[in-house]
Design a protein around this ligand. Structure first.
Ligand code: NAD
Ligand code: K
Ligand code: MN
Length: 358
């Protein structure tokens, strides 16, 4: 029997609540199938760790998780610590050294959930956003001079490399090619940003030639928000920079009903390092500790993790269980307009897992 070693890093806020739920679902799938099992190692890294040790994770943290088969991540973000400290100290401190350069974010309107878009009926919104996850606006290049003084100046440079853009374009075209519509929209801002974004467009055009069966088009990011809301059915696979895709994917999640249902995979396609799976949402300070966080984004992230591990039958079982649960509006958490809580939704998913193919 194959045993997968998973590093569970719940982090802060509702991260801890939803990761517990995700681990329960994964354990239920493993026990059910019998052909594989999970060994979870739990890491208490995050804001509380920072308060004790002055850092978000131990100095040798990456060594501790380097040989795991995958990472299940909650959220980095603590009410008492500046957001840039928590994000750079934990999430980006894992994504960047592990070269998880492809961030994959599917969006669908799940059964039972209503999109706020008047025109959308479920199947018309079925997208995957590919986010460049290693450079661009989040390269961490920049600085401040004369800090706090009237003459202060500061920069956040967007650094793009030919190698970095080429590999994310190839990844996105390949993903588009694997989906029925074979359609890729390349998001850009090459009217205002005239260096890196122009290179981005040129590389997209070059890589397009390697994938003659994929239809691609180009959208400026501002106009893209309009197309997402008014013509959602014209989109399928989308590739965008680190910042643009970060913003567009929260929009996508909301158009599909809630930020609480959206999953993401931080993939190292070469599999030199473990990939990391997490809901796209953060710590949600406004609802943490109340037990009402929607765990669906974490369950769907677990589906992506199972697919990445090659456990496709278990992935399908879990996705069906999620859809069975969302289809019942009595099982919706408050973010979806319902009254259920994390425990109730998790129990319903566990029951659905057990009854799948029963
Ligand atoms: P957020 O995603 O935490 O919350 C935005 C809104 O969505 C809130 O109203 C919240 O209640 C709601 N929401 C999010 N997830 C939900 C869920 N599962 N169920 C129900 N409602 C949900 O974004 P924010 O408020 O901008 O950020 C809070 C903190 O989280 C900050 O410290 C931020 O830096 C951090 N953050 C971390 C990550 C990450 O680790 N990947 C991502 C986003 C934000
Ligand atoms: K997250
Ligand atoms: Mn985000």
């Amino acid at each position: 029997m194959k045993t997968y070693k998973i590093a569970a890093i719940p982090g802060d806020g509702i991260g801890t609540e939803v990761i517990d739920a995700g681990v329960e679902a994964l354990q239920a799938l493993a026990n059910r199938d019998g052909s594989f099992s999970f060994e979870f190692d739990h890491f208490d890294w995050g804001g509380d760790y920072y308060k004790k040790h002055g850092r978000m994770m131990p100095e040798d943290g990456l060594e501790q998780i380097r040989n795991h088969d995958a990472i299940l991540f909650g959220s980095a973000g603590h009410p008492d610590i500046p957001d840039h400290v928590t994000l750079w100290g934990l999430r980006l401190a894992i994504c960047q050294p592990f070269d998880q350069y492809a961030n994959v974010r599917p969006t669908r309107v799940l059964p039972g959930i209503t999109s706020p878009l008047r025109k959308v009926i479920g199947p018309e919104l079925n997208w995957v956003i590919v986010r460049e996850n290693s450079e661009g606006e989040y390269a961490g290049v920049g600085g401040r001079v004369h800090q706090g003084l009237p003459e202060e100046a500061a920069t956040d440079l967007s650094l793009m490399t030919r190698a970095g853009v080429t590999r994310i374009m190839r990844f996105a075209f390949k993903l588009a090619q694997s989906r029925p519509r074979k359609l890729l929209t390349v998001v850009t801002k090459s009217n205002a940003q005239r260096y890196a974004m122009v290179m981005w467009d040129e590389i997209a055009a070059e890589v397009a030639k390697e994938f003659p069966d994929v239809t691609s088009d180009k959208m400026l990011v501002d106009a893209m928000t309009m197309r997402m809301t008014l013509k959602p059915e014209t989109l399928d696979t989308i590739v965008a920079t680190n910042l643009h895709a970060d913003i567009l994917s929260d929009l996508a999640a909301s158009l599909a009903g809630s930020l609480g249902i959206a999953p993401t995979a931080n993939i190292n396609p070469e599999r030199k390092f473990p990939s990391m799976f997490e809901p796209i949402h953060g710590s949600a300070f406004d609802i943490m500790g109340k037990g009402i966080a929607n765990p669906v984004g974490t369950f769907w992230s677990a589906v992506m993790m199972l697919d990445h591990l090659g456990e496709h039958a278990a992935a399908e079982n879990l996705m069906k269980a999620i859809e069975r649960v969302t289809a019942n509006t009595d099982l919706h958490t408050p973010d979806l307009g319902g009254q259920a809580n994390t425990r109730i939704v998790t129990d319903a998913v566990l029951t659905a897992i057990r009854s799948e193919n029963a």
